[in-house]
Design a protein. Sequence first.
Length: 124
Amino acid sequence: MGSVQGINELIDNGNGRFLKKSPMTMTLSGAIRKEALAEELVDARVDDIVKQLGSDAGRALFCDVVRFISSNYIDWALKMATQPGIRCPAARFNKLCYKQLVKSRLYQEQKAKRQYYRHAYSAA
């Protein structure tokens, strides 16, 4: 009985020995903007991203990324995409940012509008 009581005292979270600790991961809960960024700021930031990644082909996606994702997340994604050993920095940047972009309610609404207009005008 004494050993069972000792084990129960060790397991008891009152002493703090076996408390569950949070994982050591980067939290990116604030990656998505609440409101879209102004267009003049978008163009300037996209020019900088195109210059850093050396890819003008992804400019349309870069515009959406800058418009709907926070600057902190974009800076982190640029840092990850331009690490040594990455063969295509633009593709890595797109992959990292698109995962967050599809979570944005504002982006989903804008995408739905574009698809509606594209479908409406192609049928006419």
